[in-house]
Each structure stands twice: as structure tokens, then as C-alpha cells.
Design a protein around this ligand. Structure first.
Ligand code: C5P
Length: 247
């Protein structure tokens, strides 16, 4: 059992050559596949989220995998332990590279999900958790009964995630330095909100450049519109790679 966890973390340590995960935020299979056809699976992974998956189902995972892409299935499961564990198993059996749950589901939920994955033959799927949604501020947390600073709650949930044997967390780039210090090197930090200084910020509030995010300790960068809205997605990807190389 332990060796499977170790294999997954070794995979994290070795992944720095391909840290970019392109968010395929599209409403249809066809649009998502059209974008994938413009990208190189040797140079990026892809993220499939709730809208695309709800509209297209497992077919999107099959189609993108057939094109050679590794997929982060971003469905943020949060339910009773048995339900989440079975959903995580289903994701692993579809062959996704990474899947996630809400850390607020608690220890029993996360441990059962991890245990379920360990029973999948030759499992390679990484299991990570979302801590505090970046859309939640101090007053939003207070309203749901959590009288804590968001950063303190992020750290608490990330530590819980690690102690449950998961492979990492999704976090904002602003949280990376603090979490890397608190959690050590064998833990994936997956960060959205990434922009080059020349990019539009879109609706992201607190952004960081790709090179700086990796320097601060990020493991993977989730990047959507700067690539998917570009006239040439591969040129946009190359500009991000250059920022990383020059950081
Ligand atoms: O287009 P953009 O680069 O802003 O896309 C970022 C991706 O990361 C989107 O799929 C968004 O839903 C996701 N995300 C985020 N902030 C979080 C968690 C996920 O932007 N805190």
C-alpha cells in the first residue's frame, strides 16, 4: 500500500518537465476536441471540469486520452465517504491522471477515497483535494460557521489532506510558498490564476506569472483562457514555457 503512495509522489517529483495543465472550459465535446487538436500532449496536460463533463460524459475522457493527453478530472467530489470513494475509483478506472475531492469532506471521506484507489490494479491516478474555494472570503466562511482566516483554514485543510495520504491540493499561487514550507516537497501544489504580465487577467483577482509560481513551489499550473483564447494556442504555450525557462 505504502509503495503505491510513494510511486504517486515520485511521479509528482518527476513531472516538472510538463507542469502546464490547460483548462478545457467548453460547453461541448466538439469545441473541447477542436482545442485539443491544436495542442501537443508532449507539452501539456488537460483539465476537464464540471460543465464539459456533465455535458459530454466519459466520452470526453476517452477521446482526449486517445489523442495522447493526460487528464485532470476536476469534479471536486464532496459526499459521504462511500459515495466519494466509488466516484474516485470510477475516475481511476477511466484512466484519468488526476482527480479531486473537497478536503472539507473530512478525514473519513479522504481516507476511504485513498484506500479505494489503492485497490485499483496498477493505479496511477493522483488524488488531490480542494481546500478553501478562492471565491470564499472571511465573511463567506463566517456565514457558514467558520470563524477563521481563509489562509489559516487553507493550511489546516492542506495538512489534513496530507495526513490522509492524498497526493496534493489545489491552491492559489499566493498560498504556495506558505504551503510548500508547511507541507514539504513530496506534495503536489496545483495552482490556477496564472497569467503572463502581458495577458488579460479576465475575472481572476490575484494572479501570478508561471515562472514565479513554479519558483515559489507550485507543482502544476492550471491555465485556461491565456491559451484557449489565443489566436495560436501553441504560441501562447511557448510563451509560458519561455517565462518558466527565464524565471
Ligand atoms: O481561464 P483561466 O486560466 O482563468 O482558468 C483557470 C481554471 O482554473 C478554470 O477552469 C477555473 O475554473 C479553475 N480554477 C480557478 N480558481 C480556483 C479553482 C479552479 O480558476 N480557485
Amino acid at each position: 500500500m505504502q509503495s503505491e503512495i510513494t510511486n504517486a509522489t515520485t511521479a509528482i517529483a518527476n513531472s516538472v518537465d510538463k507542469p502546464i495543465v490547460v483548462a478545457l472550459d467548453y460547453p461541448s465535446l466538439d469545441q473541447a476536441l477542436q482545442m485539443a487538436d491544436q495542442l501537443d500532449p508532449q507539452r501539456c496536460r488537460l483539465k476537464v471540469g464540471k460543465e464539459l463533463y456533465t455535458r459530454s460524459g466519459p466520452k470526453i475522457i476517452e477521446s482526449l486520452s486517445a489523442k495522447g493527453f493526460e487528464i485532470f478530472l476536476d469534479l471536486k467530489f464532496h459526499d459521504i465517504p462511500n459515495t466519494v470513494a466509488k466516484a474516485v475509483r470510477a475516475a481511476a478506472e477511466m484512466g484519468v491522471w488526476m482527480v479531486n475531492v473537497h478536503a472539507s469532506g473530512g478525514r473519513k471521506m479522504m481516507e476511504q477515497a485513498r484506500n479505494e484507489l489503492q485497490q485499483v490494479k496498477d493505479n496511477q491516478t493522483l488524488l488531490i483535494a480542494v481546500t478553501v474555494l478562492t471565491s470564499m472570503g472571511r465573511s463567506d466562511l463566517a456565514e457558514i460557521g467558520l470563524d477563521v482566516e481563509p489562509m489559516a483554514h487553507v493550511q489546516r485543510l492542506a495538512q489534513l489532506t496530507k495526513s490522509c495520504g492524498l497526493d496534493g491540493v489545489v491552491c492559489s499561487a499566493q498560498e504556495v510558498a506558505m504551503l510548500r514550507t508547511a507541507l514539504g516537497s513530496d506534495f503536489a501544489l496545483v495552482t490556477p490564476g496564472i497569467r503572463l504580465s502581458s495577458d488579460s487577467t479576465d475575472d481572476q483577482q490575484r494572479i501570478m506569472t508561471p515562472g514565479k509560481a513554479l519558483q515559489q513551489g507550485s507543482s502544476y499550473l492550471v491555465i485556461g483562457r491565456p491559451i484557449t483564447n489565443a489566436a495560436s494556442p501553441m504560441q501562447a504555450l511557448a510563451a509560458i514555457e519561455a517565462d518558466i525557462a527565464n524565471a
